[in-house]
Design a binder for this molecule. Sequence first.
Ligand code: B12
Ligand code: SF4
Length: 474
Amino acid sequence: MRILLINPPRDNEILADNPAFIDEERGFNPPLSILYLAGYLKKHSQHQVFALDAQVENLDYNDRFRQKIEAVNPSLIGITVMTFTLVDVLKTIDLIKQAEKNLNKKIIIVLGGPHVHLFPQETINLENVDFIIKGEGEIPFLNLLEALEGRGELDSIKGLVYKKEKEIIDNPIGDFIKNLDELPFPDREILPIKKYNSLLSGDKVVTTMFTSRGCPYRCAFCDRPHLGKKFRARSAQNVVDEMQECLSLGIDEILVYDDTFTVDRQRTINVCDEIIERGLKPIWDIRARVDTVDQEVLKKLKQAGCQRIHFGVEAGTEKILKILNKGITLKQVEKAFGWSKKAGIETLAYFMIGSPTETKEDILETIRFAKKLKPDYIHTTILTPYPATEIYQRALAEGVIKNDYWREFARRPEKGVVTQYWEKQLSREELFSLLDRFYKEFYRRPSFIFKELVKIDSFNDLKKKIKIGLKIIR
Ligand code: B12
Ligand code: SF4
């Protein structure tokens, strides 16, 4: 079967909580979901697989996008869905329907990704959606393709949701993949590798990578259930084999997007040792928790080329850290940042403002803490209670958010949904004004500006930094 996998445009994306300059300048990351599905199908089947990342190709709902779909002439199209891209997914489906007419054939539409996992019933009821797959997609997607060609039954495919006459069949989700080493590497060459870049990486070619799936922690604002709560890690050899492949593909920087790369201390050390022993020089960064690093681990990470660590700090007061069930203390934060600096690794601190019970004074305290902590970068957002998170449930229970508007949106996705914040202590306007103040107070410090100027290594990099700098100062 000819299969096309699509990452939809982001023209109608819900912009929840980022300052505009981040949304405008964040660059493009390859959609790993699609690359994993493609890699798996290529290894385990004869299906012909194609992919289209409408975001990096700058496609909107015009003839060019439709013609690209028609040129593939697919029998089935799989689309990856976040709640935030749902409107674009539906517009993409409309375009596929036009292509269907021109090609004079039925194209089966399959949706997967975090959104469909949260809202399976609402999603299957959307017009022209034939199948959805909840949770990890590799195995059920292949099983679906096989069943559609008469080699298997739909009702035995784990995580599959579909309509049988008027009835909705919602198969329970299967076990998560136990041994992630068995998965083939993401098929990066199916998309235009060299077009991917990121805000922090200058004009380097970047890719993303997952060395583990699942996060065992329980932060109240976070919801990652589609890949599980159990931490499942790939072996050091397998991870470094993939890094080596990335290097051979001409990729300059690898963004390791594991929810928390450092959950298993020994594995972290093993990955670093493997890189060092093979004499590789990858540039990579990771996301980690401050309570999962120590001086020895950080030194190893540095030796192995880890350039930057993104730590979720969230707040500069113990009161809010508790409310968020973050499970860390400010002391741990200070230690982790101090050790990282000593090891020579850049740091990025994620902060959020607008948490339950947080006052203006608490936020000003967080700004003071951020400046004292002196990470290389901060990324601050207004806390947006995402669907199915503990904070969203609390907001509904306390009447801070009046109705289950995410479910309503999942049922009837329309452009222009306004994301709701925790507006009990502070209004939307006050939150935006404090967000602005946070960025300005942090990034306007002369020490920061000087450090960034020293790091500029090309004319393009200089242009990009001037552009972003002007947006922050404005
Ligand atoms: C990397 C990342 C980004 C990157 C890159 C996005 C990209 N192009 O990949 C950036 C920084 C740009 C980003 C931005 C945003 N992100 Co983001 N991001 C992630 C992150 C950390 C990893 C995604 C990933 O690569 N996962 C690894 C792959 C293998 O897993 P997967 O994508 O889930 O795919 C598997 C299954 O879901 C399924 N599947 C997926 N698609 C399909 C399609 C088919 C047909 C099938 C059969 C199966 C299937 O099979 C795959 C293989 O098992 C996830 C968290 C996470 N742990 O997944 C959040 C996450 C996806 N992001 C999220 C959010 C909220 C956002 C933003 C809205 C944030 C913001 N405020 O700006 C934006 C929206 C961006 C956009 N328009 O695309 C949420 C989505 C929640 C939701 N309800 O939809 C997540 C889940 C994190 C969270 N809980 O907060 N993000
Ligand atoms: S915020 Fe990070 S550590 Fe907390 S549950 Fe989410 S992924 Fe895990």
